[in-house]
Design a protein around this ligand. Structure first.
Ligand SMILES: Cc1cc2nc3c(=O)[nH]c(=O)nc-3n(C[C@H](O)[C@H](O)[C@H](O)COP(=O)(O)O)c2cc1C
Length: 301
């Protein structure tokens, strides 16, 4: 008998659907026992979001400042799981506050220490640097990362910004303005994610995770897009400056957050298309300088 723990946090239910789809083959396997643990915050975040709250969580999210989480049930803390499926979403190029808070709580070490972990992100499309941050927190908790799956919205970057904002601010997964595509990870990708569950289950039952990540990548679990990683890195540098500035000037917080809002729009709709064109022209050169290395890094564990 193998014990698997599925950890997740989800506001809209998207990440919960992903978690259920990936764990389905294990749930249907009589030799595997699956437990689910949903991270719950003492002070819950609103869903749908309002513009004010959405931007106001930026500095604490990016600086990875934790908040209090409810304790997990005691039977989860006491069990020694054979595998943990750790689902998270990205907020501001970082793990979301609930995820960061759990990973920095004493419960995380109790559950994760010396356990193999597969990370699964459900984000808009910029997950790469957040994965590096989650990796560091897993390592700090003594866990061993054995696999990674990154599910994203596959539409164009600037299209998915519009559709995700409509979704997060309305609370409804619908076609923004009647003609945009549906937001978030597609239904096909969510239900198709159970094939990753089958691959994971195979490794679990063999007790060997060595080739798991290669098998997941071959099945399409990590869609590497060099331009998104490049934007993610540049965004991290700028977010570091903005979040430090806002946290150091609490009396000007409201004003600075409004400025940050305009900066994000400017960076997305003016700077990013220009950078995209430049990097497209330089692609052959960039490929040898860094893209090859980044692809290996982000498709690995
Ligand atoms: C405050 C906030 C910031 C977000 N920032 C990012 C981001 O930087 N990159 C990204 O790919 N997705 C981002 N997203 C989208 C989330 O990763 C996620 O896909 C979406 O919120 C749905 O998750 P749910 O399962 O919790 O409903 C953000 C969402 C929120 C609420």
């Amino acid at each position: 008998m193998k014990d698997v723990l599925v950890i997740y946090y989800s506001q809209s239910g998207q990440l919960e659907d992903i978690a259920r789809s990936i764990s389905k083959p294990m749930l249907e396997d009589e030799q595997v026992q699956v437990d689910y643990y949903e991270i719950k915050m003492l002070d819950a975040f609103p869903f749908p979001w309002t513009g004010d709250v959405f931007f106001n969580v930026f500095p604490e999210t990016f600086q990875q400042i934790p908040q209090a989480v409810h304790p997990p049930p005691s039977y989860i803390l006491e069990k020694q799981y054979d595998l943990i499926l750790f689902h998270y979403q990205v907020w501001y190029l970082s793990p979301s506050i609930p995820i960061n808070s759990f990973l920095k709580s004493p419960y995380a070490t109790a559950i994760l220490k010396d356990r193999p972990v597969v990370t699964i992100s459900g984000s808009r499309n910029m997950w790469a640097k957040a994965q590096d941050k989650v990796k560091a927190l897993l390592l700090a908790n003594g866990a061993t990362l054995v696999g990674n799956i990154a599910l994203t919205d596959r539409h164009y970057n600037l299209v998915s910004v519009v559709t995700i904002v409509d979704w997060l601010f309305s609370g409804i997964k619908r076609r923004a303005f009647g003609f945009f595509p549906l937001p978030g990870v597609s239904d096909a990708d969510i239900s198709g994610a159970s094939r990753y569950g089958e691959i994971i289950n195979h490794s679990l039952k063999n007790g060997n995770f060595e080739y798991l990540q290669a098998a997941l990548v071959a099945a399409g679990a990590v869609d590497f897009k060099f331009f998104l990683v490049s934007m993610d890195k540049k965004g991290n540098r700028m977010f570091q400056i903005w979040s430090t500035l806002i946290l150091k000037n609490p009396e000007k917080r409201k004003f600075l957050i409004t400025c940050f809002q305009y900066y994000v729009l400017f960076a997305l709709y003016i700077v990013s298309p220009i950078v995209f064109l430049i990097e497209l022209v330089l692609y052959p050169l960039l490929y040898f300088i860094k893209i090859r290395k980044e692809k290996t890094h982000y498709q690995g564990v």
